[in-house]
Design a protein. Sequence first.
Length: 202
Amino acid sequence: MLPTTLIRRCGIAAYEPTWRAMQAFTASRGQGTADELWLLEHPPVFTLGQAGKREHVLRDLGIPVVAIDRGGQVTYHGPGQVVVYVLLDLRRRGYGVKELVNRLEQAVIDLLGKHGVAAERLAGAPGVYVQGAKIAALGLRIKNGCSYHGLALNVDMDLSPYAAINPCGYEGMAVTQCRDLGISLTPIEAGEALLEQLLATL
């Protein structure tokens, strides 16, 4: 039987200290360490994954660009986007990174489906999409069989910074958010709903 998954609600948290805290937590885990989900929002920041190329940041908006250790390319985080970091012992759960990606995407698809929005995966482009526009981004790092980083769902935010990047390395990729799809959840409400869905799906 798995230990209870701990939930940490971190409010609006600066990106870099949060990333360092995830690294430290993962490095210090023992066999009996409980898994954790961290729910938060970030001040505006572009993050560049391990495969990330600087040329996918098209212009300088004065928003910090932080090179980090998750998979994937460049993405944007900002207020009104709900982020859940998944700090899981995958060996204990008995599945690998592909299954984790699938379950994270499914949690978002199921949540949006409850609000009448049909969402889907795109082959070769992790994340969740509505009519080809990205609504949730996903990036992970696995170390010693344990995951960190996670999932970002656009809820009610300023989407304009996305125009300064090729989201996830795709030129001209459209992005969308819950508010524009008629889902009237606040970021706090959406975060709680996403946590509930993740706990059921992971």
